[in-house]
Design a protein around this ligand. Structure first.
Ligand SMILES: [Zn+2]
Length: 459
């Protein structure tokens, strides 16, 4: 009966339209808008200042603005078609809420915060001269007590702030509290808790992290974007290291980065350098340093964009179509003929790490990263099962892999449970000849994690 079929089909189509954007809200097809935030601003919020003796007395707000403006220019050049939105282009004060609002209203796909670090300074002293003071010698007791004056020469000191020893660039992401039960319920699909499907909503503009609801939303944002934020942060750290600058790695904070918590997109904060370290302060104030950092961050964003968009094209799964000739390590032969399990085939890969290795035989030591909470994982290498439902602990589970030269070599981590503290986080120590790499991966029951090995200098 055509009269009924048409509405049913229409309804079916309409339902898809409603459901699809929601399902894919974690995976926008393209990176269209990038928000760049110059940290702090205005007289009300100068940020950190150079305070050691002979410092340039520079202010963080000026450094962040200079680097952010260069970053905006570089991103525009490198990614023509992408909308680059600065939170500020002049020295104005912005409440962090204002910064988050700008990012959310711009519907950013990425939020880059530029800051400069500082640390507590020790006080030093030096002798700048002498002075003569009068002291008294006391003799006798009671009524016979006598005070005899005498002169002493004592040093006069000058006190000053010692410069900070620490230097380098660090990248921060906001990490969700893994232990929140409420959060777990939401992430597992509590449909009563609904926030947006890829856009801004009124809750965002005035949410307060002092409320339970605010904290929950912040956690959702953080969890939703943690994989991507971590991916970008790792790439920024790598690109900074490439410039020859000291890289201090990617760190997670569970508190205290308001703008990272309040933005509905993957977000990172780059502490470009220490304003209280003389070398860093000069670097951060120099045209060369600012430009070098802007270019390094831009290269990372380019790599990130390519990777994220290629993941989308493959429907979120980068697993190669071929099985890699069964060239995996232990256990490869025995399971080669088995059909691939759904957990490997159907779950998208959300956490991707790319590792350059020199040797085609590598050793992997697998640990639980963080609290030991009975995480059970399986590991596949080029689609061959190498770890079958093992509980990971603080004790290494070790295996070796033979990489196939000229092929895509990929290791996939599949969570078989969530442990008591989701997601499943694994630390892999990968030994490649004489070098050692640490790789941290996160997987859960919806998403797998992947390490792609890039074999350099085959031998
Ligand atoms: Zn700052």
């Amino acid at each position: 009966m055509p009269r009924i079929q048409v509405p049913v089909l229409f309804l079916f189509a309409a339902l898809h339209l409603l459901i699809l954007p929601h399902c894919f809200s974690q995976a926008p097809k393209k990176i269209k808008t990038i928000v760049v935030d110059a940290g702090h601003g205005g007289t009300k919020d100068p940020g950190a200042t150079g305070q050691y003796e002979n410092s340039l007395r520079s202010k963080e707000k000026d450094i962040t603005l200079a680097i952010a403006l260069k970053l905006v220019d570089e991103l525009k050049k490198a990614l023509p078609g992408v909308n680059i939105v600065p939170t500020r282009t002049t020295d104005i004060y912005q409440d962090p809420r204002e910064k988050a609002r700008i990012a959310n209203e711009a519907k950013g796909d990425l939020f880059l915060c530029i800051h400069a670090d500082s640390g507590p300074l020790k006080t030093g002293r030096r002798q700048v001269g002498t002075r003569t003071v009068t002291r008294y010698k006391v003799s006798g007791k009671g009524r016979k007590k006598k005070r005899t004056p005498y002169q002493v020469v004592e040093p006069v000191y000058e006190y000053f702030k010692l410069p900070l020893q620490r230097s380098g660039t660090s990248v921060w992401i906001f990490a969700a509290h893994k232990t929140s039960d409420k959060l777990k319920a939401i992430m597992d699909g509590d449909e009563n808790f609904e926030i947006e499907a890829g856009g801004v909503d009124s809750v965002v503009n005035n949410f307060d992290f002092n409320t339970t609801e605010g904290r929950i939303i912040a956690n959702i944002y953080a969890t939703r974007y943690q994989f991507r934020s971590d991916l970008l942060a790792t790439m920024v750290n790598d690109e900074v290291r490439e410039t020859g600058r000291q890289d201090l790695g990617v760190s997670q904070r569970q508190k205290g980065i308001w703008v990272l918590q309040a933005t509905n997109m993957p977000a990172i904060l780059v502490e470009t350098g220490f304003i209280n370290n003389p070398e860093d302060e000069r670097y951060l104030n120099s045209e060369k340093g600012q430009q070098e950092l802007a270019e390094a961050i831009t290269r990372a964003v380019q790599r990130y964009k390519e990777q994220v968009e290629s993941l989308n094209n493959n429907n979120g799964n980068t697993r190669p179509a071929t099985s890699g000739n069964g060239s995996g390590g232990n256990g490869a032969e025995k399971t080669k003929a088995d059909p691939l399990p759904d957990a490997l085939e159907k779950r998208p890969v959300k956490d991707v790490k790319v590792l350059e290795v020199k040797s085609n035989k590598i050793k992997v030591d697998l640990f639980d990263d963080g609290e030991i909470d009975n995480d059970i994982v399986s590991v596949y290498f080029n689609n061959a099962l190498v770890v079958d439902k093992k509980s990971i602990t603080a004790q290494a589970h070790s295996f070796t892999l033979s990489l196939a030269p000229g092929k895509t070599n990929e290791l996939v981590l599949v969570a078989e449970n969530l442990g008591s503290i989701p997601p499943n986080t694994a630390l892999m120590i990968i030994t490649d000849g004489t070098s050692r790499h640490e790789v941290r991966l996160s997987a859960d029951l919806k998403n797998n994690a992947l390490v792609r090995f890039e074999l350099k200098n085959n031998n």
